[in-house]
Design a protein around this ligand. Sequence first.
Ligand SMILES: CC(C)=CCC/C(C)=C/CC/C(C)=C/CC/C(C)=C/COP(=O)(O)OP(=O)(O)O
Ligand SMILES: O=P(O)(O)OC[C@@H](O)CO
Ligand SMILES: [Mg+2]
Length: 231
Amino acid sequence: MRKFYTEISLAATNGKKQLAILVDPDKFIEAETGFYLKKLPKETTHIFVGGSTVDKSKTEKTVHAIKVETDLPVILFPGDYSQITEIADALLFLSLISGRNPEYLIEQQVKSVEKLKNSKLEIIPTAYILIDGGKECAVQRVSGTKPIPQSQVETIVNTALAGEFSGKKLIYLEAGSGADFPVSEEIIAEAKKALTIPLIVGGGIRSLEQQNKAYKAGADMIVMGTHFETN
Ligand SMILES: CC(C)=CCC/C(C)=C/CC/C(C)=C/CC/C(C)=C/COP(=O)(O)OP(=O)(O)O
Ligand SMILES: O=P(O)(O)OC[C@@H](O)CO
Ligand SMILES: [Mg+2]
């Protein structure tokens, strides 16, 4: 059986940069899956599936359509426990540790257990840190939590380290889907210096130049979503 976290971690250790493309089930048309996948860069290593708000059965339909067309690992990136489906390969077991809303720190996780306790999904404990990307994003609205301003580099790094010390296996720095500007190189570099676990960076990354800057600063994996959406 493939161990998806081990692969991510090994790639990070070896400096092999990873690219996850985020599919938002709400905006995905299953009939166009083949066409959509063909548009993705050949460097793509993972497909993430999730959204801040998604219709109940839509995630499973989306994951199924994608798995029929590609062997890339499909990893759930859920905004809510109802988005969990067993047919994916792994689950980012998110905790929104930049915020102080218990619903997104532990309540959603407890609600997910009934579905997870007998499932084969690989569960990857992930600390999710929301950082200001220049405009109010969906995660901020849905979770009712404030992003950390980009000027507060020390707070961001300490939050990430608190995640690592709590046993999280991944740190995800998020500027918000469709952000005006992505997480700064300074923040990425400082976080990378402090952490020993892989670092994911997403939100507002649209160009190759922005990708390369984030990689060079120390991101092990980049997540891009909006750039590949068709509408
Ligand atoms: C681990 C379990 C069971 C649940 C996770 C619940 C938590 C803690 C979620 C973290 C906070 C959150 C709401 C994350 C959403 C992540 C996500 C998929 C964002 C993408 O947002 P879009 O839906 O693309 O936003 P737009 O529609 O504005 O583009
Ligand atoms: O849609 P974009 O801005 O690429 O963001 C991707 C992801 O980090 C959102 O959770
Ligand atoms: Mg989006």
